[in-house]
Write a new protein. Structure first.
Length: 260
């Protein structure tokens, strides 16, 4: 149900963006001869829905990501930015993670002898420094067009084992590290899509497909459930759709007016 709501929200947001883009493009066409490429600092809020691949696919299913970025687009349509993302999913594939301490129903007993329901989720972070180029295609506005981008950064992810009530000694802050599969390492990203900077500060966005690759290692070294060391290099992949809403910070001469 949560995934369905997210997808419906994305469809609504993209439909709204498409209508705004059409209306703004018509306005831009009338003033095309006046339009100029700008240097634009901006912040962006973004959402990504990705499929896991490589070694990451063995542990998780599809992953959501929300985040933000700060960047600058030059007059020559080069773009430089720094971004951060929070990753999350309820689709954890690792089986038998706590077989030693749970019952047949998957519950664990707390310090008061009460059964506690366990919840397994994926959590992660990513940070990137990226450079990109706006190719002024499919738009009369010289600040908009096909957008390609690449970056390098850091990716981290783990299994979050959660329980709402009680105290479970076997899952203390120190013990849980032996189960959470914390991985991190060097990461790379590539993006291709469409970016739109309108004449208004209200309608500015980008959307397209992003691909991530990360070389990660298990930072815990030893897994309690399998009673084995885990020191091998992993190749973690993510690929999916990404959409972002952009807030530009423009400065203009007094005779020109731009409204938020």
């Amino acid at each position: 149900m949560n995934v369905l709501k997210i997808r419906l929200s994305l469809i609504f947001a993209l439909s709204f963006c498409a209508l705004q883009l059409y209306a703004q493009t018509k306005a831009d066409e009338k003033d095309e001869d006046k339009a100029t490429s700008e240097g634009i600092p901006f912040i962006r809020f973004q959402y990504q829905y990705s499929a896991a691949g490589g070694d990451l696919e063995d542990r998780y299913g599809n992953i959501n990501g929300v985040g933000g970025a700060f960047g600058y687009k030059t007059k020559s349509n080069w773009e430089f930015e720094i971004e951060g993302n929070y990753l999350f999913s309820r689709n954890v594939k690792v089986q038998g993670l706590l077989n030693d301490i749970i019952n047949s129903a998957g519950d664990v007993t707390d310090s008061d002898g009460e059964l506690v329901k366990l919840i397994y989720e994926q959590r992660g972070l990513s940070f990137y420094a990226s450079v990109g180029k706006v190719l002024n295609l499919l738009s009369p506005n010289p600040n908009s067009g096909i957008f390609i981008q690449a970056g390098v950064g850091y990716l981290q992810h783990k299994i979050k084992i959660d329980y709402r009530d009680g105290t479970v000694f076997q899952l203390s802050d120190e013990m849980i590290k032996g189960y959470d599969r914390l991985h991190s390492g060097l990461a790379f990203r590539q993006f291709i899509g469409y970016q739109y900077f309108g004449k208004s500060n209200l309608v500015n966005f980008y959307a397209g497909f992003e691909f991530n690759q990360a070389i990660t290692y298990n930072r815990r070294k030893y897994n309690y459930d399998s009673r084995s060391y885990d020191t091998e290099q992993k190749l973690d992949l993510l690929s999916g759709f990404k959409v972002g809403w952009i807030i530009p910070f423009r400065s203009r001469a007094s005779e020109e007016f731009y409204y938020y």
